[in-house]
Design a protein around this ligand. Sequence first.
Ligand SMILES: [Zn+2]
Length: 457
Amino acid sequence: MKTNNLIHGITALCLLVSIYSCSKNEINTTENIQETIDLPQSNSGIAKFKIQSEHGDLTQCDTLSKGNYLVWWDNDIDLKPQVSRMLDSIQAYQKTCVEKLGMQVPNNAKKGVYFNIYVHRGGDPEDYFTGLDTEFGNYVGGNKFDLPIMALPFDLINDFQNVAHETFHVFQDQQNSPGMEKDDSFWYYEATADWFSYVRYPNLTRSFQGAYMLTAIPEAPLWSFDSNFPTGYPTGWKRSNHSYALSNVLYYFSEIEKIDPLNITGSFYAKTNKTAQEYLYDAIGEGKMKGYFLNAAARMVNDHDFLTRAQYANSVELALSDDDQPQDNNQFVLELTDQGTSTWFRPTKKQVTNAWSFNTVKLNSTASSNYNLQFKGDAKGDFGSDSHFGLKIVVKKGEDVRFINVNMTETLEAQHSLNLKDGETAYVVIASTPEVFQMLGNDYQKFSYQLKLDKEE
Ligand SMILES: [Zn+2]
């Protein structure tokens, strides 16, 4: 069934995020602030849910319920205070998702039964849930009643960033949009789950940990995802986790460009056939997403300046330990020092921009110099779709930084006279932002361009 397939996909992915999010970082409880809310008024009138559980056993488990959620854990350990805190947070997330983000409560509530959350001690054969013939992990999945459930390792139940991520999956689960079941929309489930948790907990050092990936493989299209990798596409940690990292771009859109967060969540309940990215583009409107994406790319090239320095350093440190394909790095398609290109430069097919991605050219200057930059975008992508490019230059020296907008003509040409002082480095950011929102055929469509830098002698 459609829904089960979707849940299954999410299940597999959240196992990934548990590795990605949690293996490197010990949980710092001082960073994890419990959410406190006034329980929704409706709770006083709806404490009438029935227990319907495929896995729970009231003789073996302790339980605690608040609102429409029921948590189960092996009764040989006392988790009640931690579970109580977690339930308060989950209800706070539900309030936000339903009242502010246009999402819907899980079907369990509509059917009058509790949403089951199973807390387990993975790897401990004495644990009731671990002892069942079921592999519980850190995920939202489905049960035999065709209803969603959540499973959480006991040591993550007060890791509220993780709980927020998983809870957001619960509210995605009732989505009614055929477009959200397309392979090219699947990246959006993990990206928005991390987006939700990062907006909620923006100051945690381990938030935004995918930052490094976004500038190491900037040419990857928004919708690159395990389920739609073309034949021969590179594999590895960065490629598999790219969808999580894109939460940073969504965060930039909502928190820095201040787009309405309903634009980000709207595709789930719009009954739309559009992919997630096409819905987002249309919801933001007037082609504004092109400019926002270019701005986000430039800010990411500037060492992800909308994150704290500790967050950025954490993402780099994580990559040093977990990146199994460090040679798969396209941070700069060209790097020059005190010289131009002499001829027109065209990036390789491996590095060139896909749809909704970017390239960066780096130019170091050890002495004050003037350069003439010329850009010519190809009119069409290699599958024939119309191209669109945006250009911005980031100039840095130590802590000093300036952003230069470069106008693009309708024929996708641009020119800029660039003056660099002694010791400055220029990053020419080329964003490919065509009105293309899904794969065509079995490959990602490339949108190529040429660029020339002439140094004035
Ligand atoms: Zn997830």
